[in-house]
Design a protein around this ligand. Structure first.
Ligand code: CP3
Length: 354
């Protein structure tokens, strides 16, 4: 049989991990588990090391990034680490004036709304993010056979922060630009695609075993608008990192109607939020792709038995899939009891042990 395109250069030991096997849709010893936002405020050890250090500053300190990335791996026995950073880090690295405000999120000083504003978006050179290369080098040595997931924000979600100037419920300015000046919008997304692709390549070169493209807010669009106004840029990102032996995961929230198109954009694994059961998601995505998800993060606040009932529902819906990576349907909520996460990993591993 021809070698799978995902049989690439994986670090010694990681290649046969349950996580990468599931991404390649191979048989697994147990269903692999990790959690979006597994590093962060739910962990007291995270709050301790972050004390007095601003979010974006912390992303530029390789030793601190290494420690924070490893914390959930030590504590929860998850099957993969996710590089500690943020989707706006590459934008900051090319000189965009932005900050991450506690409890709010990314805030952009000079939003991008005109053609002249586009000039803020220059190309990303690996030297702009040398701290990322350094941190991933440190991390992969510490992680041994545990895979490291690199990530970036997808063009639409990054554009939403850049155009709105901060977090937005309705994305009205973003949509005004998308519908009102389709050429400027396309040029904006194309530049963001190049920046995102360059940022993912840096992480892969440094040793990331997989990459996840977060299009968190793209569920705000209809399938027709997604296809016309977003898919070309996301496809460009996935094509840039194709054939490198590194599985590509694509995730967004409220994307039930977009799952097929998001797979078509070039993902090997499609992330699903909690609104669509995984068996139905598999029908929408079609064959040849693994799925990731999808327990509601708010379920972690229910008693243990209820969490396990919901986890069992997810696993049952995933029983016929070609490949399944267990995850939440969105990120860990900051006030989640970390012990509930540790128990959930244990539950999934035990229940799926083969
Ligand atoms: O463990 C991990 O998952 C890795 C770390 C990670 C962070 N941000 C750290 C972070 C990841 C993968 C992200 C991605 C990210 N950032 C996304 C896509 C994922 C998603 O949740 O949909 C988005 C939309 C952002 C933008 C952003 N950055 C938001 C909405 C916030 C939260 C604002 C808040 O304070 O509630 C941030 C800040 C941020 N990024 C924090 C962390 C740990 C919290 C800041 C802090 O701890 O001081």
């Amino acid at each position: 049989a021809a070698a799978s395109p995902l049989e690439g250069r994986q670090r010694t030991g990681t290649h046969d991990s349950a996580f990468l096997k599931a991404c390649r849709r191979e048989p697994v010893p147990h269903t692999p588990v990790w959690f979006m936002r597994q590093a962060g405020r739910s962990l007291p050890e995270y709050r301790k090391v972050r004390e007095g250090i601003a979010m974006l500053d912390s992303c530029m300190r390789p030793e601190l990034v290494t420690e924070i990335t490893l914390q959930p791996v030590r504590r929860h026995n998850v099957d993969a680490a996710i590089y500690f950073s943020d989707i706006v880090v590459p934008l900051k690295a090319i000189g965009i004036d932005l900050d991450i405000k506690p409890g709010i999120g990314p805030v952009v000083e000079n939003p991008i709304r005109t053609r002249a504003d586009l000039e803020q978006l220059r190309a990303l050179e690996p030297g702009d993010v040398s701290y990322v290369t350094e941190a991933i080098g440190l991390l992969v040595r510490e992680l041994g056979s545990t895979p490291l997931i690199g990530f970036a924000g997808a063009p639409f979600t990054l554009a939403s922060y850049l155009v709105e100037g901060g977090p937005s419920r309705n994305h009205e300015r973003t949509k005004a630009l998308m519908y009102g000046d389709p050429q400027l919008w396309a040029d904006l997304l194309d530049r963001l695609a190049d920046i995102t692709a360059a940022f993912l390549k840096v992480q892969i070169e440094a040793g990331a075993s997989a990459v996840q493209l977060f299009d968190s807010w793209v569920g705000a669009l209809s399938p027709a608008d997604y296809r016309r106004s977003v898919m070309p840029a996301s496809t460009k990102v996935f094509q840039a990192v194709e054939g490198l032996g590194v599985p590509r995961i694509h995730f967004g929230v409220g994307t039930g109607e977009l799952l097929g198109l998001m797979g078509e954009a070039g993902a090997d694994v499609v992330g699903v939020d909690w609104r669509v059961p995984l068996d139905e998601a598999a029908r929408r995505v079609g064959p040849g792709k693994a799925l990731q998800g999808n327990i509601d993060p708010a379920v972690l606040f229910a008693p243990r038995e209820a969490v396990e009932t919901k986890a069992a529902e997810v696993l049952d819906a995933a029983a016929g899939l070609e490949g399944h990576i267990f995850n939440l349907g969105h990120g860990v909520l900051p006030s989640t009891d970390p012990d509930a996460l540790t128990r959930l990993v244990e539950y999934v591993h035990t229940r799926t042990a083969r």
